[in-house]
Design a protein around this ligand. Sequence first.
Ligand code: P70
Length: 458
Amino acid sequence: MPQYPPEPFRIKSVEHVGNISRKERERALKAAGYNVFGLRSDQIFIDLLTDSGTGAMSDRQWAAMMRGDESYAGASSYYRLKEAIDKIFGFKFFVPTHQGRAAENILCSQLVTPGVYVPNNMHFDTTQGNILARGGRPENLVIDEAADPSNPHPFKGNMDIEKLEAFIARVGAENIPLGMITITNNAGGGQPVSLENMHQVSEVYHTHGIPFFIDACRFAENAYFIKMREKKYKRRSILEITQETFGLSDGATMSAKKDAIVNIGGFLAMNDEELFQGVSNELILREGFPTYGGLAGRDLDAIAVGLWEGMDEAYLEYRIGQTAYLAACLREVGIPIIEPPGGHAVYIDAGRMFPHIPKEQFPGQALAVELYLEGGIRGVELGSVMFSQVDPESGETRHPPLELVRLAIPRRVYTQAHLDTIADVVARVKKRGKKVRGYRFTYAPKLLRHFTARFEPV
Ligand code: P70
């Protein structure tokens, strides 16, 4: 029997969920163009679409929100958030943003011009989209182990240092306005990056004069994996590991909707003063004054408290343990998943589960549809729908290495019985085997198409 970690909290407020019949689900899905993003939340039983903005805030966060100072400029909420960001990340400057992609947009507005390259272990969808939208070229240089779902490498989010060096030599450092790393590597299975690797990445970027930015969404989960798996850091606190991590970089984009356990918010941080000035001006144009950046004062207070709660070791032990538990339940019923399981989600290898469906017919999309029909469970496709790109030179479609469905676990929301139910539903879908069919687009926008695309069964 897999071990379920006891929750380091008790429940004070609950939210009703319904469960509609299979017939109703069939109708709802058809109306949504077979895209689970188009469903209404009251048509869903267990929502694993994302861990972003879906966490349960604590009593302390709600209490902090009552202190929210809604002054337009210089609100005390801003200074409380500043204190937390200073202590945890140690950057010289930061601006709040309404979420992670806003931070990416503002950063790209200052650094990305047509034709430049931006390397990363793996860009997530919005980062890839923001770079492409400005004519830049996102490049993924994760280690090869990341593409092998059964490889037990402890840090499958690591950058391939040789590939990075070769890439810089090929395109020229002068054409790389910034280099990134994403922790944890969401597109590749929520896999961590080791501190050893980040030291190397930082050195390579800096040797070539390339500013190093961290996509920090799940920094606390990454730090916990470092503590558990990287011997040198066994006795270091999550805070110390975090400080060492960000001390290697020149800045960070953060979606606070993940490891800061809030429903909305983010920030962009950096050390370079000139960049900060440009960022502030762009922020004023697009988001708001630099002391609130498109958020309410109370949101800033919730982030300030949530950043610390997200780093609490008892919480992280429960959080990562919950993901490991769901992975173990799925493994027991023979579901192919990315091993080892990541931080915020379990990733099912839909390509292996449905080998009869070709990439062009989106096996991950097919699985996402089946999970909803079978049990009212909403996951998300992370495969060719989300990530395939048309190569600007050859015009060929480049597919991602894996066709995945991600079951993301909202923070402090679902119980052990929910996770058991999920495993049951996935097992039932697996039994349908070759009866499951692929999908094709009836509508697809150019960028970030997964959010609004529509499909029909093949
Ligand atoms: C997710 C959400 C957001 C994200 C991220 C990384 C590594 C930046 C951002 C942008 C997006 C999503 C995907 C599928 C379904 C729903 C939502 N990731 N970098 O769930 O942050 O959303 O605040 O603009 O993972 O992984 P933001």
